[in-house]
Design a protein around this ligand. Structure first.
Ligand code: FES
Ligand code: FES
Length: 158
């Protein structure tokens, strides 16, 4: 067992964990933050994407013990995030989700893409989204929602 101190969604957390516990299990089972979804658990599907020190990272293949001193942000922390507010609206309008299983990881990745400006056209968006798999939508709605988000943020001067 290891004791770690970190920040989760802006709040300090100190916890005793199994050395082999993943960040995804830590968030879901220790902190009840079940918005981080688990799909493949092999680093392939992106459903478990969270931000660590503002960079997207796959929580299923990251050890919680490696998060000591880091700042972790899960989907639960974006309620008041202005960029995520636009993304939510655009996903809804462009039918960017069906079952919603991939959606927490997908929208965290889309937020990163639009904030980096890595969304010039549909081809770049598809390339940037290559690490996030969706079993439902066929991606057309997700790409459209990302383009809509890009255009709306630009219109707002962001
Ligand atoms: S559950 Fe982590 S990448 Fe699939
Ligand atoms: S909306 Fe169902 S997996 Fe993406």
């Amino acid at each position: 067992m290891t004791t770690i101190s970190l920040t989760v969604n802006g709040a300090p957390v100190v916890a005793e964990i199994d050395d082999r516990m993943t960040l995804a299990d830590f968030l879901r089972d220790k902190l009840d933050l079940t918005g981080t979804h688990l799909g493949c658990e092999h680093g392939v599907c992106g459903a478990c994407t969270v931000l660590v020190d503002d960079e997207p990272l796959r929580a299923c293949i990251t050890l919680a013990a490696a998060m000591a001193g880091r700042s972790v942000r899960s989907i639960e922390s974006f309620n008041d995030d202005p960029t995520m507010e636009v993304i939510r609206d655009c996903f809804s309008e462009a039918h960017g989700l069906q079952c919603g299983f991939c959606t927490p990881g997908m929208v965290i990745t889309v937020r990163d893409i639009v904030l980096r400006g890595a969304c010039a056209d549909a081809a770049q968006i598809r390339s940037e989204l290559a690490g996030n798999l969706c079993r439902c939508t066929g991606y057309a709605g997700i790409v459209k929602a990302t383009e809509l988000t890009r255009d709306r943020l630009k219109a707002k001067g962001e």
